[in-house]
Write a protein that binds this ligand. Structure first.
Ligand SMILES: Cc1ncc(C[n+]2csc(CCOP(=O)(O)OP(=O)(O)O)c2C)c(N)n1
Ligand SMILES: [Mg+2]
Length: 325
């Protein structure tokens, strides 16, 4: 499992493992997109293509026993924590051996044994859940922390402000992580926020607010690792804002008319996978090895999708399991 990694002492093997996990998240979603194209999956899904370094950097910096809470764009968070790709895909496909029996799908997927408290389709809905988990950890006198992922749009919700206020007052062990991808659906962040950065909002609650480059795995690892240790040491909550970009639309059916192809191309220059590949090359990993890894992971994820497709959906009794009224 990727955990407890330190940016300053990251070995070549650990860096390669992080890169591989980022590739896996990208290729998982590419394979998922293919299922939509082939009409094998209906509805919609929110891809995190472009944001992989945020997931792997933050999850990689904390402990396996730290609670994670995710949002609607959660595939990266799930896979970074080490959930099995096949069972995540099975959940998305409504298969019985998905993580929640195929009943949850992408918006309601959890894995309590892996300390993953769930994805959440309600914008800002996970923030108080993570705050509550942190309160439980403090009450139990454990030295684990809660980590909550949410977007820039969610930071305009009341839940964000209530949670930060309460977490600060109670000095709760929670790291709030905002993946600022510049948009809430089609709404640019600077049309919806009165301040230029989400991290600035931390000042209103007298907690640390830090901005880091969400396209640079090492920068994410360093910022998340440092803040997480302060939170763990009892200093109270902290807010980390990761500047990033989603290369895809908000969800499957978004033609992206609210932004230009030039803006997308400028961000693509700083694609987190390309940045990490450059870091690997600087550490002496041959280009051929990097390309081979890419091809290997792609094949693996295509096979994963086929395996998940072949799994049974479960019968009527299974579908009604957990329904109490
Ligand atoms: C309470 C609530 N309001 C509105 C929506 C519709 N909605 C879904 S995602 C989203 C935007 C979220 O933006 P952000 O928090 O920046 O996350 P991103 O999609 O950019 O990752 C909205 C408004 C919702 N799901 N829940
Ligand atoms: Mg956003």
């Amino acid at each position: 499992m990727l955990a407890r990694l330190r940016a300053e002492s990251l070995s070549r093997e650990q860096l390669t493992a992080c890169f591989r996990r980022m590739l896996l998240i990208r290729e998982f979603e590419e394979a998922l997109g293919d299922l939509f194209t082939r009409n094998l999956l209906g509805g919609t899904s929110h891809f995190c293509i472009g944001q992989e370094a945020c997931a792997v950097g933050v999850v990689g910096a904390v402990r396996e026993s730290d609670w994670l809470v995710s949002n609607h764009r959660g595939h990266g968070h799930l896979l970074a924590r080490g959930l099995e790709p096949r069972r995540v895909m099975a959940e998305l496909l409504g298969r019985a051996d998905g993580y929640c029996g195929g009943r949850g799908g992408s918006q309601h997927m959890c894995a309590m044994d892996l300390c993953f408290l769930g994805t959440n389709g309600i914008t800002g809905g996970g923030i108080p859940i993570g705050t509550g988990a942190a309160w439980a950890l403090k009450y139990q006198e454990r030295d684990d922390i809660a980590v909550v992922f949410f977007g820039d749009g969610a930071s305009n919700q009341g839940t964000f402000h209530e949670s930060l206020n309460m977490a600060a007052l109670q000095k709760l062990p929670v790291l709030f992580v905002c993946e600022n991808n510049g948009y809430g659906m089609s709404n640019p962040a600077d049309h919806s926020m009165a301040v230029p950065s989400v991290a600035q909002r931390a000042a209103a609650y007298a907690i640390p607010g830090v901005v880091a480059d969400g396209m640079d795995l090492l920068a994410v690892l360093a910022a998340a690792g440092g803040l997480a240790e302060n939170v763990r040491a009892g200093q109270g909550p902290a807010l980390l804002e990761l500047t990033t970009y989603r290369f895809c639309g908000h969800s499957k059916n978004d033609p992206r008319v609210y932004r230009t192809r030039e803006e997308e191309a400028a961000w693509a220059e700083r694609d987190c996978l390309a940045v990490a590949a450059r870091t690997l090359a600087e550490r002496g990993v041959p280009q051929a090895e990097i390309e081979q890894l890419r091809a290997e992971v792609r094949q693996e994820m295509v096979a994963t999708a086929e395996q998940a497709l072949a799994a049974p959906t479960g019968d009527r009794a299974h579908a009604l399991g957990g329904v109490y009224a």
